[in-house]
Design a protein around this ligand. Structure first.
Ligand code: BG6
Length: 484
């Protein structure tokens, strides 16, 4: 196992993401030996913390992972804290001095990761200062990790990208979509390209429709303020859903390094419909109180406007205008307060056209289906038809299922752990390229435009605990399909 030499400067070190995800991810990498003696973390944020307090916060956030208190203490001793005002040049001078001395102390070889885990409004200011105050080194690598949201539409994303590009090249910018770090999302490529049976059938000739569901049980929780500006379309569709769709639909890559290009090609081929058509094929919803009155509706959230028209649910039909997929609907849906947490991809094949069974079977021959379960269960299910036991020749569907057990989840690296390690090794496969982000925004902006052109529907239109509004079901029924 290669031990990495690196200095991670974390902007937003006091934030929720850092505590919930980043410190545990770094600790896991430490326990596995990817980080050992030659790393340091500078945490920075507005609060006036010192090193000791910072270390105690880090220890608290990794508490459930600690086997040996000495190890945990040794890990935390690599963490340093500097209070920081992102607009103050002098602070970057302090950061630079500390970086230099830590580089010497831990032999970090000039390797720098700058992790921006904070409001995107400051990304441009920070990267500009990093360059101007010469925090970028010449003897090691300089990599920038950026959290979502990357803009709120194409225009703002593009402006942000231009700002970043003044200081960092595209091949130094690691845009996070944490879904790409998930074990089962990475498994999509294995299922597709390591199995001749699927790859041979992976096209409009054999596939009837694809369904991608990212349902959440939770409501907006304390994030009403953010959500009011974002909604489900920007929060989930622009990034996670379109990324999954791209992985399902891309042409076979020639290497892992080619994956991003193949995803770009898909995202650029999404069929652009007229605004009227879009308003028919993209359904928005907002949850109201649950039927038993126990759960509040979206508008009851303290940080949400009482008359908010923001969507907490989206369902839609996407088509891809290329040779492989023309005419195949990719149905997508995502939402908050949908009664269960479920992330799943279903690929439904066209039913067999056997005259044999149409004569003897009581029912139509069912369609084969491969389902990839991402959360909470992780695994696959393949549905095939076989003969039902007995004298007659009726058919029954059998589920060939492989659901991984708890040890699978425990032994598989957590998304952030995997992504931070990828960044340290310089592997960009699971980070989004600017062209992916740009094409996704261009697609999503049209949906927003179509919605904005019409008054919002009657919100709330689904009760907390339901799988979205009736219109989402009607969308599929009108095409002869149903949500699986
Ligand atoms: C985030 C969204 O990107 O993904 C959240 O901002 C959402 O609103 C989350 O809850 C879902 O991620 P996961 O990994 O829990 O499915």
């Amino acid at each position: 196992m290669e031990e990495h030499h690196t200095l991670i400067t974390l902007f937003g070190a006091t934030g929720d993401l850092a505590k919930r995800k980043l410190y545990p991810a770094l600790f896991r990498l430490y326990k596995k030996g990817y980080l050992k003696d030659h790393f340091a973390v500078i945490g920075t944020a507005r609060r006036e913390w010192d090193d000791n307090f910072f270390r105690s916060v880090v220890l608290e956030s990794v508490a459930s992972l600690i086997d040996s208190p000495q190890d945990a203490e040794a890990f935390a001793s690599h963490f340093y804290y500097l209070p920081h005002n992102v607009n103050d040049t002098q602070h970057y001078v302090y950061l630079k001095e500390l970086s230099k001395s830590l580089d010497k102390e831990y032999s970090l070889d000039g390797n720098r990761i700058f992790y921006l885990a904070m409001a995107p409004d400051f990304f441009g200011t920070i990267t500009q200062h990093l360059k101007d105050e010469e925090l970028l080194t010449t003897n090691g690598y300089n990599r920038l990790i950026i959290e979502k949201p990357f803009g709120r539409d194409y225009q703002s994303a593009s402006a942000l990208n231009e700002q970043l590009r003044l200081s960092f090249d595209e091949d130094q910018i690691y845009r996070i979509d944490h879904y790409l770090g998930k074990e089962m999302i990475q498994n999509i490529s294995a299922v597709r390209f390591a199995n001749r049976v699927f790859e041979a059938l992976w096209s409009k000739e054999y596939i009837s429709n694809v369904q991608i569901t990212l349902a959440e049980e939770v409501g907006v929780e304390e994030r009403g303020g953010y959500y009011e500006k974002s909604g489900a379309l920007r929060d989930m569709v622009q990034n996670h859903i379109l990324q999954i769709l791209a992985l399902v639909a891309m042409e076979p890559p020639t290497s892992f390094a080619d994956v991003r290009q193949k995803k770009i090609d898909v995202l650029k081929s999404l069929k652009q419909e007229g605004l009227e058509e879009i308003s028919q094929t993209f359904i928005r919803g907002q949850y109201g109180p649950s039927e038993d009155g126990k759960e509040e509706g979206y508008r009851q959230d303290a940080n949400v406007d009482d008359h908010s028209d923001m969507e907490t649910f989206v369902a839609g039909r996407i088509e891809i205008a290329n040779e492989r997929w023309a005419g195949v609907p990719f149905y997508i849906r995502t939402g908050k307060s949908m009664g269960c947490k479920k992330t799943v991809i279903h690929v439904e094949f066209k039913p067999a056209e056997s005259t044999l069974f149409s004569q003897v079977a009581k029912h139509d021959v069912s369609a084969n289906r491969i389902s990839i379960h991402i959360t909470p269960k992780e695994g696959f299910c393949f549905i095939i038809n076989s003969k039902a036991v007995g004298q007659s020749f009726e058919l029954q569907s059998s589920h060939l299922e492989k659901i991984f057990d708890k040890n699978f989840a425990l032994s598989s690296p957590e998304a952030y752990e995997r992504l931070i390690l990828d960044c340290m090794t310089g592997d960009m496969t699971n980070f989004t390229h600017w062209e992916e982000v740009a094409a996704s925004w261009q697609y999503v902006d049209r949906i927003r435009q179509a919605w904005d052109a019409k008054p919002a529907c009657e919100f709330p239109n689904y009760a907390s605990g339901q799988m979205g509004p009736q219109a989402s079901y009607d969308l599929l029924t009108s095409q002869g399909h149903t949500w699986i």
